[in-house]
Design a protein around this ligand. Structure first.
Ligand code: ADP
Ligand code: ZN
Ligand code: ZN
Length: 701
């Protein structure tokens, strides 16, 4: 007699389908939880993860309708209970189906391989990957203290250390200590964007040998991703260096997690399951009893708040704060200079002082970096006669003028058209750009510095790095290496260039027009600006020899603004304290917790109608039941409003905010909301809705 084993399998179910992601199948042979299997799903054959073995035949469906597992991917050890628990928690917390989260956490190529193909890949694997630790520098007193605190505490830790204070060295030594005490241990090192920090990859490989390290990020080919994943899953790769996706790497012997630049918004996934890899790192560390080290020169206010010291009434935060205040060597942080733009010629892009300072540096053979947060030539093309502006027909945004190929491009939907010869409304031939982008800044600088010579008598070289110049594969790497090798004197770019690069010869960094973030509708904008400027300042004077003369320039109409005052003193704690005071007064995160429900539809009315219907149904339903009536009081559910980018590619977008001082209450509310939404969505009056989604702990409101 053949066996009948009933198992629940996680399969990739379409988002929001009623299928929770687990389906019951029958297997004629024994299987274990965590094994990968191929199963029939509708008309297709798909990959699934065995989630649970049932101890009896399903009662809720006729056993004859249960389909058979088609095959087991042999040779692959099961995904362990910790991994499954991480996936389960993520699905629940971020309101997505288990199957979706489980399957998207696996390398895509795994879905397409047959058992035989997989067996061949596994055979090719190197089982002996040796770790060759080469010695690092002698530790500074700060580094020593921090490592000792890590050894005696349990964490999670928040390492607050200025740029160049030797944080990376602390990660490497923490990994080294871990490897020395446990011959199997694995470490996960997370970074915001690997392609921006190739030096880190090199540094880790140089320290531990390239065999012991695998990378995981979206820039890799499917075959490379599979290879790295298999090496981590088998325990052969001892160090995984990856972006946010690496939080789901299967690492059976995980003993340490490091999140570098923990404040970086790119740790938050912006589609599908909108998880925060930083927050999941803390959860995962607890699962594995592995210490978690979050690190930044400008921590997120969330982590800063969670690591606050105890005070009379307040028991303090759950994280342990570790401090590395000084730069390695004699390196000083650059002097911050504010230029009052009220005193400059009207419409001046660059102040005369800044231009003079740049000239001086170039003539000495030093490098400068200028930051502007908008790419393209000018944000809008404008007709002074009739008032026409280059709006996008499909989005609530202007199309940006790109002079280089004389196009108007929408940065939201991608619509690109040639610049009209004359105003499309009134025929006026004299249409002009207003505002400025990186392209124009580059051109303008070229004019201002045309006469400037380098020490060897050759003319100044200006380069630009932004999303436009780096579209081609390899372009960014090429341009960065030009800066490193000194082929560029003045670098112009968007925030892309402010992060992480170790440009040793840059001695002047300038923020050309940072003011917009001071008055943004997004309450996190000042926090982002401050961290961007601190990061950018950290780019200057990395070479100890030049750090004494290096400068960070800020051109602003609000020179006495508290944010710039704190920047001038390189005083993150002061900035954080004043921001937290404002957040506390307004009851915003990290004091409260938020979630957004978003709906997309052809019309704004239809999008809002779904949200408001869900809200009313939810509140009526919860209030009617004494067991849930409290939730209505604990969680504020605000009426639907248009999103700040209301229309993109002809789709109208609306959002509804949920807010609570209790994370638990908010989670409960979202669970009820999920059920209500399925019900409301199926009503005929909401036919026009294209999709809805939930964003828990959203990064932008
Ligand atoms: P961070 O990650 O905080 O920016 P890094 O770890 O990159 O700092 O250190 C900055 C520079 O100082 C690097 O060039 C690094 O090699 C060097 N460095 C770090 N720790 C030490 C040390 N203990 N002794 C000498 N040099 C060090
Ligand atoms: Zn006109
Ligand atoms: Zn558009």
């Amino acid at each position: 007699m053949t066996l009948s084993i009933w198992i629940d399998i996680a399969v990739q179910a379409p988002a929001h389908s009623q299928v929770g992601g687990l389906l019951t199948y029958r297997s004629p042979v024994r299987v274990q939880a965590g094994q990968l299997v191929r199963v029939p799903f509708g008309q297709r054959e798909v990959l699934g993860v065995v989630w649970a073995i049932r101890d009896q035949a399903p009662q809720d469906m006729p056993t004859a309708s249960v389909r058979d597992v088609l095959g087991i991917l042999e040779g692959l050890p099961p995904l362990d209970a910790h991994w499954r628990q991480l996936v389960q928690f993520s699905a629940q917390y971020y309101q997505r189906s288990l199957g979706e989260v489980a399957l998207s956490a696996l390398p895509p190529q795994l879905r397409d391989l047959t058992s035989e193909q997989l067996a061949r890949r596994l055979k090719k694997q190197k089982t002996e990957r040796t770790v060759q630790t080469s010695p690092g520098p002698a530790l500074s007193p700060d580094q020593m203290t921090v490592l000792d605190q890590m050894a005696t505490g349990t964490g999670p830790f928040l390492l607050f250390g200025s740029t160049g204070s030797g944080k990376t060295e602390v990660y490497l030594q923490a990994v080294e200590r871990m490897l020395a005490t446990d011959p199997q241990a694995q470490a996960l090192l997370m970074v915001p964007e690997i392609n921006l920090t190739p030096q880190l990859e090199e540094r880790v490989q140089a320290r531990f040998g390239s065999e012991a390290v695998v990378s995981m990020h979206s820039g890799m080919t499917p075959a490379q991703r599979l290879k790295g994943w298999l090496a981590a899953h088998a325990g052969h790769a001892r160090i995984v260096l990856g972006t946010r996706m690496a939080i789901f790497a299967s690492m059976p012997h995980l003993k340490l997690i490091v999140v570098d630049e923990e404040h970086d918004p790119s740790y938050k996934q912006q589609e599908g399951a909108r998880y925060s890899a930083r927050d999941l790192a803390v959860y995962r560390g607890r699962l594995h009893t592995a210490p978690v080290l979050l690190a930044s020169a400008t921590p997120s206010l969330e982590s800063w708040h969670l690591s606050r010291p105890a005070e009379s009434e307040d028991p303090g935060g759950r994280y342990q704060r570790l401090l590395m205040p000084s730069r390695i060597g004699t390196g000083l942080l650059p002097k911050v200079r504010r230029v009052d733009m009220n005193k400059q010629a009207r419409r001046a892009i660059l102040s005369t002082q800044l231009v003079a300072a740049i000239q001086e540096r170039v003539e000495r053979g030093e490098q400068c970096m200028l930051l502007l947060n908008r790419r393209g030539y000018a944000p809008v093309l404008h007709c002074a006669d009739c008032g026409w502006k280059s709006e996008c027909q499909h989005c609530s945004a202007f199309r940006v003028f790109h002079k280089i190929d004389r196009t108007l491009r929408c940065h939201h939907c991608g619509l690109t058209e040639r610049v009209p010869r004359a105003c499309p409304e009134c025929g006026n031939a004299d249409i002009a750009p207003i505002g400025r982008g990186t392209e124009q800044l580059e051109e303008h600088l070229g004019e201002l510095l045309a006469h400037v010579l380098r020490p060897d008598g050759t003319p100044v070289r200006i380069a630009r790095i932004d999303a436009d110049t780096t579209r081609l594969k390899g372009a960014l790497e090429r341009q960065l290496s030009q800066v490193h090798s000194g082929e560029v004197d003045v670098l112009v770019g968007t925030q892309m260039i402010a992060k992480g690069h170790d440009f040793r010869r840059i001695t002047l960094v300038a923020a050309v027009n940072p003011d917009t973030a001071l008055f943004s509708s997004d309450f996190r904008a000042p926090e982002r600006l401050f961290s961007l400027l601190m990061q950018a300042a950290g780019r200057a004077g990395r070479d100890a020899a030049q750090s004494a003369t290096s400068e960070m320039w800020v051109q602003t109409f609000h020179p006495t603004h508290a944010l710039f005052e704190a920047l001038k003193k390189h005083d993150y704690p002061a900035f954080a304290a004043s921001e937290l005071a404002e957040r506390t007064a307004a009851d915003l995160p990290p004091i409260s917790h938020q979630a957004l429900l978003r709906a997309d539809a052809r019309t704004q009315e239809a999008a809002q109608a779904l949200l408001n219907a869900a809200r009313e149904t939810l509140q009526a339903h919860l209030s009617a039941d004494p067991a849930t009536a409290d939730l209505v009081l604990q969680v504020s559910v605000y009426p639907a409003v248009p999103m700040s980018m209301q229309r993109v590619a002809d789709v109208e977008r609306a959002q509804m905010l949920l807010e609570s001082s209790s994370r638990m209450a908010l989670q409960k509310m979202l669970w009820h909301l999920h059920n209500v939404l399925h019900q409301v969505r199926s009503q005929p009056e909401h036919k026009g809705v294209i999709r809805w989604l939930v964003d828990v702990d959203p990064q932008a409101i």
